[in-house]
Design a protein around this ligand. Structure first.
Ligand code: 6PG
Length: 473
């Protein structure tokens, strides 16, 4: 190296940290990584592409000293206390103007606190959401940066170089102030939870409802991935049905326990949506279904106690049913994005983050877990109206939703009759039906609140706040 100083440093050489660093090196940046675990520093160096400049060190101070000033470094360590610990050990080693990035899934309120704390010391702290898993980190993730614009300008060339590209446009953009990057990533994950839940419901509808084998399921999802449902999650679902178990003769999917794990970002999305408040019922349902999946013993007992409905016949040919389930998945997937994007719209205003939604959907077009052709549709909607409160109000989106509405109703009705658990689809349809109701039944709730608690109400025919002494007949 000419000046023997490195362009970028990484703290934490787990799968994501290592692969992001190697990606940077592949794009011509000289990089250095720190991890206390010497096997990880060794693994980093040995995985480097020939001709690239990659160094691993087991001492943090050494890494910081070897960085070009102003220093640019990222930490990819577990969210929570480990991030604060790294910050504390970095502070004595850094200088004013240095840029520290947290690339993990931190809660945005922690990011806000850290931004303020480090700002007092003259250090730029940025919360950046990184999506795409191991493969994405290595070959092109979707990157969601938030924080101060000056700091972003310093790392922008590198982030643009390593990000996924869609039509040569990098899937990274400045997404707002303070904790906006981690906020956008949190909502990304909420949508991820919702779509994964919906795909699992489509699976049950096809497998239990129409008796499709794993090979047939592969074919269905594979064909869906060539059309309007084209997306990363549908694509990998098609692959999953073909994977053989290496321990038995079964397909792997059939021997995987149905207890679903989670690291908490879906739950955070629901919690923060409640705080705003914004309604994200399909995300809430997805979180709840993972929780119910953990009640294995109770579910087994309940299966004995409660008989399934006597008639579980699906009133459609297999071909028709596959088409209807496709449409229901398409409908509810749009509704999941709509809920998440509406949450970002509201949070941007409420938390003064100035999140540019047209940029968010562009960044999500490639590299991330929720990438899909639908993002192009939403991108067009925001091109026409950058301040759209809900994408369901866009005429183009409305056309798509209406084209699959009847089949969605048919699937939900038949699933309810047959006793199949499709809470995600149901929640999407109920959200839709409430959202498109110019007058809901909530006037009665207002009457009840005023009846028992004198909570007052507004009238439709005159301004003001009213209370009535309700009479028992
Ligand atoms: C991504 C993912 C990732 C997330 C995992 C696990 O965008 O690459 O969102 O950041 O950590 O999907 O999430 P759960 O363990 O909560 O399912």
């Amino acid at each position: 190296m000419a000046n023997s100083l490195y362009d970028f440093g990484m703290i934490g050489l787990g799968v994501m940290g290592r692969n992001l660093l190697l990606n940077m090196a592949d794009h011509g940046f000289s990089v250095i990584g720190f991890d206390k675990d010497a096997t990880k520093t060794g693994a980093l160096e040995s995985a480097a592409t020939a001709g690239t400049t990659v160094k691993g060190v087991a001492d943090l101070a050494t890494m910081v000293q070897l960085l070009e000033s102003p220093r640019k470094l990222m930490m990819l360590v577990p969210a929570g206390q480990p991030v604060d610990d790294v910050i504390e050990s970095l502070i004595p080693l850094l200088e004013k103007g240095d840029v520290v990035i947290d690339g993990g899934n931190s809660h945005y309120t922690d990011t806000l606190r850290r931004v303020k704390y480090l700002r007092e010391k003259g250090i730029h702290f940025m919360g950046i959401g990184v999506s795409g898993g191991e493969q994405g980190a290595r070959t092109g993730p979707s990157i969601m940066p938030g924080g101060d614009q000056d700091a972003y300008a310093k790392v922008k060339p590198m982030l643009e170089a390593i990000a996924a590209k869609v039509n040569d446009t990098p899937c990274v953009a400045y997404l707002g102030k303070e904790g906006a990057g981690h906020y956008v990533k949190m909502v990304h994950n909420g949508i991820e939870y919702a779509i994964m839940q919906l795909i699992s419901e489509a699976y049950t509808l096809l497998q239990k409802g129409a008796g499709l084998s794993n090979d047939q399921l592969h074919q269905v999802f594979d064909s869906w991935n060539k059309g309007a449902l084209q997306s990363f999650l549908v694509e990998i679902t098609a692959d999953i049905f073909l994977q053989k178990d290496d321990k038995t003769a079964a397909r792997l999917v059939d021997v995987i326990s149905d207890k679903a794990g989670s690291k908490g970002t879906g739950k955070w999305t629901s919690q923060d949506a409640m705080e705003l408040p914004v309604a994200v019922p399909t995300i809430d349902t997805a979180v709840a279904m993972r929780t119910i999946s953990g009640y294995k013993d109770q579910r087994l007992a309940a299966e004995q106690l409660y008989k399934a409905p006597a008639d579980t016949t699906i009133h459609a040919t297999t071909e028709m049913w596959i088409k209807q389930v496709h449409d229901a998945l398409y409908f509810a997937t749009i509704l999941s994005y709509a809920q998440g994007l509406a949450m970002l719209h509201e949070a941007s205003r409420d938390l003064q983050m100035d999140i540019p939604l047209p940029e968010v959907v562009k960044v999500w077009r490639g590299g991330c877990i929720i990438r899909s052709v639908l993002l192009e549709v939403f991108s067009k909607a925001y091109t026409e109206n950058a301040d759209l409160a809900n994408i369901l109000l866009d005429k183009g989106v409305a056309y798509l939703v209406q084209s699959v509405e009847a089949n969605t109703r048919s699937v939900v009705a038949q699933a309810a009759q047959a006793g199949m658990p499709v809470g995600g689809l149901m929640s999407a349809l109920s959200y839709f039906d409430a959202f498109r109701s110019g007058r809901m039944a909530t006037n009665l709730i207002q009457a009840q609140r005023d009846y028992f608690g004198a909570h007052t109400y507004q009238r439709i025919d005159m301004p003001g706040t009213f209370h009535t002494e309700w009479q028992r007949p």
